[in-house]
Design a protein around this ligand. Structure first.
Ligand SMILES: [Zn+2]
Length: 533
């Protein structure tokens, strides 16, 4: 249970949001909000749009305060362009609502928007994000915002005046509502006349079609974005909604919306921190070959949900960070495991503990965890060396950590396996030698032969700790130093030379996975054979 109070950024926002909600709408559930556009693959970086309000909403729920996290799917937005890799003939759909565009070829989903929503919905489920999804297509086409649309159109001169504070050129006949053409479904329309008394609206479309409708009955159009957003803040009573840096420049939707929400819609702007960019490392090769972008599902392929949650929980929204698909993920997992040990031993600082708890659980309960979490880099090495062979893997895990079935090491084991298979280039994969490198063995001097004999003699302590002590200890023994000797520059050089020799003999290269792990994976008999002892 995370205690209330100033433990971390999440609890500070929760304090602020709860008291603001109590002031704005006493007794009503607190409303936090996110918005996503399913115009194409929803980039992993956009997950922050959902995780930031999720963490705050979750903290509010943990305190026993009713809270709803609205996730608006901006699926009534226009289809802007055909992404690379999709049949160019999709260009004929440009200008239609995303829900009116056919799904990409081969998809089983009803339309373009649903196709790109689906993997995000699955990822949010895995991440334990509880939210209320709202389709803006549904809202607009069933007339939910009728009064708000009529109000915005009535107040168009006032809206235009607000917008004109930020633009240099005057716009003729500003109109905040864009009809979708009744014939071609596209938004290539222009409003040619509007009667405030009757709400009769005339429009023409670039396709040649034109008609006059009554706006009071019209459900095939939407407010322009800069008006739509503040309208929904007021309509939904949103108290917390963060947004990306791109929304915060002068004249941008957040700034303009902040004025329109009060001046036109009689509402208030949410508490809305600006969140910084989330970068991705190590995906470049893969994304360019697949022709698409990293999505949250790609991250969940290689890391468990709590670890991905932790990345968002431990950084304030204004801090940028990177999600690693390269070697860095091993270091991330080391850090995560170290934090887990600190928490278990009661040594974690309050902010660390809060971030940890937010990562492993929500107000609804704990997220699925790996029963027996072996270090990720160890699992990655095992997956690398065994090329995923289940029998070999279970043998190594038994020697290593008394694990009897692979399920005890799952799902972390599967994540490490997928990382090795999907993100480690072939030239960095490890191939254990089948036969000893006789030529190299024959060329060794007496000291090197001695080091290999000491290694082979010490293989009896067949555990990760035992093998770690052994590989660092052999050069000490040879130098006549005690096992607990401080590492001098000479000793370090001797250790490096010894490790390089072992890598050469075992995998035919100068480097490789951590040696103790490599030894465990290779097995004592094969190690003896390859070092010629
Ligand atoms: Zn048309």
């Amino acid at each position: 249970m995370v205690e209330s109070g100033e433990t971390d950024w999440v609890s500070r926002f929760a304090d602020e949001v709860i008291s603001e909600a109590e002031r704005r709408a006493p007794g009503k559930p607190v409303v936090c909000a996110s918005g996503l556009s399913p115009s194409g693959p929803i980039h992993l970086g956009n997950l922050r749009e959902v995780m930031t309000p999720h963490l705050v909403a979750d903290e509010i729920r943990r305190r026993g305060v009713e809270c709803v996290h609205l996730l608006s799917w901006d699926d009534y937005d226009r289809f802007r362009r055909v992404p690379a890799g999709v049949d160019p003939s999709w260009a004929e759909h440009i200008g239609k609502p995303l829900t009116s565009v056919p799904a990409p070829p081969g998809s089983t989903h009803a339309n373009w928007a649903e196709h790109f929503k689906a993997p995000m919905i699955a990822a949010l489920e895995e991440l334990g994000v509880e939210y209320l999804g709202i389709s803006q297509t549904e809202q607009y086409t069933k007339g939910t915002y009728r009064e708000q649309i009529l109000l915005a159109v009535r107040e168009r001169v006032r809206i235009d005046a607000v917008l004109s504070r930020y633009r240099s050129k005057q716009v003729e006949e500003y109109f905040p509502y864009k009809p979708y053409c009744d014939l071609c479904e596209r938004d290539l329309t222009r409003v040619t006349a509007y009667d405030d008394a009757t709400t009769e609206l005339a429009y023409t479309c670039e396709c040649g079609f034109g008609e006059t409708v009554r706006l009071a009955e019209h459900d095939r159009g939407k407010l322009v974005w800069k008006v739509d957003w503040p309208m929904r803040w007021a309509y939904e009573g949103v108290v917390f909604e963060p947004s990306g840096v791109d929304h915060h420049s002068p004249g941008s939707a957040w700034i303009v919306g902040g004025q329109l929400v009060g001046e036109v819609f009689g509402g208030q702007q949410p508490i809305g921190p600006m969140y910084a960019f989330v970068g991705i490392t190590g995906m470049a090769k893969m994304s360019s070959s697949k022709g698409d972008v990293p999505i949250p599902a790609d991250a969940l392929e290689i890391m468990e949900a709590p670890v991905l949650r932790w990345l968002y929980a431990r950084r304030k929204p204004a801090q940028s960070f990177k999600i690693a698909f390269d070697q860095e993920i091993q270091r991330l997992y080391d850090e995560w495991d170290a934090l887990g040990r600190k928490v278990a031993e009661g040594r974690a600082q309050p902010a660390e503990l809060a971030a940890y708890n937010r990562a492993v659980s929500t107000a609804a309960g704990p997220l699925p965890a790996t029963p027996h979490p072996v270090p990720y880099r160890t699992l990655a090495s095992i997956a690398d060396i065994t090329t995923g062979d289940a029998e070999q893997t279970v043998r190594i895990l038994r020697d290593l950590d008394a694990i009897e079935t692979l399920d005890e090491a799952r799902p972390r084991l599967d994540r490490a396996q997928r990382w090795i298979d999907g993100h480690v280039p072939a030239d960095q994969r490890t191939r254990v030698r089948e036969e000893p490198d006789e030529e190299l063995l024959d060329s060794l001097g007496p000291a090197e032969r001695e080091s290999l004999r000491l290694l082979a003699d010490g293989l009896d302590d067949w555990s990760l700790a035992g093998l770690t002590t052994l590989v660092y200890g052999v050069p000490k023994l040879q130098a006549g130093l005690p096992a607990d000797a401080e590492a001098s520059p000479e000793l370090k050089a001797a250790q490096r030379a010894f490790f390089a020799l072992l890598y050469k003999l075992l995998v035919g290269r100068d480097t490789g996975p951590r040696l103790p792990t490599l030894l465990l994976a290779v097995g004592a008999d094969r190690v003896r054979k390859l070092v010629g002892v």
